[in-house]
Write a protein that binds this ligand. Structure first.
Ligand code: SF4
Ligand code: SF4
Length: 417
């Protein structure tokens, strides 16, 4: 039987810890401990029918999408209880809808769900199932995001739901990302309550699964968090479309993007997705001025070719900037890739050296606690300006956004500027 908990019950039962502890960010590079899986409680079932009949309206005039599909204007209607209307979708002929939130642009017949499993078409209108219903809510160090150039040592309230728009065979959070909403425990918490819980911490973060698939909740929380003076950050696979991303970035301080590999073949075969939308997103975030960091999870034999890594680093330097922090993180066997070994440390070090050679200034090695490349070095004078051990900040020598030793400007969001 499906378990629905109030926020208070959720906290009291320790479900927060159960679903949050050990969760890594989207690509799962920072693996601290095994996720404690919750027992599946029910298979996906059809959503409840609308409780009210929409007011009849005259037949609307269709317009055309960029793909040439006819769409129809969305008239006001009654929202089915417990659901929240989705943003960024078109109504198509015959009560179909087309979601415009991510690169998949799912065309969804009446009664069906989108690829990410989180959205449902009821009567030609599209609804999100996970608004105000996270399955993970946890306090993490911001370094776990990873975000190394934003409020070092800060604590952030992280939230995620079930579902994802990718199918990564290496997903370290598959217990969340590859589940239907009904299979997971979740708490009920409004955006206002989420922000209230976050007060006293340094930022709110959207992570664990892909936040695009709970966009509506993320957007409302982010807007309120900014108004309350909190920092905002999210970790994404980069598949969100340009228009919703632009609206979101207006309220975001920082974004961490997974660049899973630099070949379309890898994206297709290992993630069932595409490289190009991620490259487009990286450029959009960089051009917006929002702080950007990139994560590359290095998986033995699958994306550890140094020529490909060199091409990736060169693209980052040429298209974005040599100042964008790049994290090479260590893979551990997970989900459908349990027969591969963990990434050898030497492979990560070779990748970091290639990034150095291509001119990147801030190159990190993650998921290797105590490695020298957990720390930040000034690219001008070479001094260690942020000493870290894994997620812990030991010393901070950045003052007003500059190296305390030579005055070089360090990109990021700092405590005293
Ligand atoms: S967000 Fe979900 S429903 Fe929308 S296009 Fe992407 S996968 Fe499809
Ligand atoms: S399946 Fe989703 S949550 Fe998991 S690594 Fe891929 S994009 Fe991230």
């Amino acid at each position: 039987m499906r378990v629905k908990l109030t926020r208070r019950e959720f906290l009291q039962r320790g479900s927060l810890a159960a679903v949050g502890a050990g969760l890594a960010s989207c690509a799962g590079p920072q693996r601290l401990a095994e996720i404690v899986p919750l027992e599946p409680t029910a298979r996906a079932t059809p959503p409840p029918a609308p409780t009210s009949t929409p007011t009849p309206t005259p037949a609307p005039e269709p317009t055309l999408t960029p793909e040439g599909l006819p769409t129809f204007a969305i008239e006001p209607t009654v929202i089915p209880e417990g659901l929240h209307e989705a943003r960024y979708y078109d109504r198509l002929f015959g009560d179909q809808v087309q979601c415009q939130l991510c690169f998949r642009k799912c065309i969804v017949p009446e009664g069906w769900r989108g690829f990410c499993r989180n959205k449902v078409n009821i009567g030609g209108r599209y609804y999100t199932l996970v608004y105000g219903r996270p399955s993970a809510l946890h306090i993490d160090p911001i370094e776990k995001e990873p975000s190394f150039h934003m409020l070092p040592g800060g604590n952030i309230l992280c939230t995620g739901t079930a579902g994802c728009n990718n199918r990564c065979k290496f997903c370290q959070n598959w217990h969340l990302s590859q589940r239907d909403f009904e299979e997971m425990n979740h708490m009920l918490i409004t955006p206002e309550e989420t922000v209230a819980e976050a007060m006293g911490f340094d930022a709110v973060s959207f992570t664990y699964n892909e936040p695009t698939v709970f966009y509506e909740h993320m957007f409302d929380v982010t807007k309120l968090a900014k108004e309350a003076g909190l920092g905002t950050i999210f970790h994404t696979n980069g598949g969100m479309n340009e228009e919703p991303m632009a609206a979101l970035l207006e309220h975001m301080d920082a974004v961490t993007v997974d660049l899973k590999a630099f070949t379309q073949e890898f994206y297709e075969e290992l993630s069932l997705s595409e490289l190009e939308p991620t490259l487009r997103t990286l450029q959009q975030v960089h051009q917006s001025g929002v702080h950007l960091e990139i994560v590359n999870l290095v998986i033995p034999t699958l994306n550890d070719d140094m020529d490909d890594i060199r091409r990736m680093c060169r693209w980052i330097c040429d298209t974005l900037s040599e100042e964008v922090p790049l994290h090479f993180t260590r893979f551990f066997p997970a989900y459908k890739l349990t027969t591969l070994p963990p990434t050898p440390i030497e492979t990560l070090e070779s990748a970091a050296e290639v990034a150095d050679e291509e001119g990147l200034y801030y190159v990190y090695i993650g998921n290797c606690p105590g490695h020298e490349r957990n720390s930040t070095f000034c690219p001008a004078c070479g001094e260690k300006i942020i000493q870290r051990t894994h997620f812990a900040v030991i010393s901070l020598e950045v003052e007003k956004g500059r190296c305390r030793f030579c005055g070089h400007r360090i990109p990021g969001i700092w405590w005293d500027v």
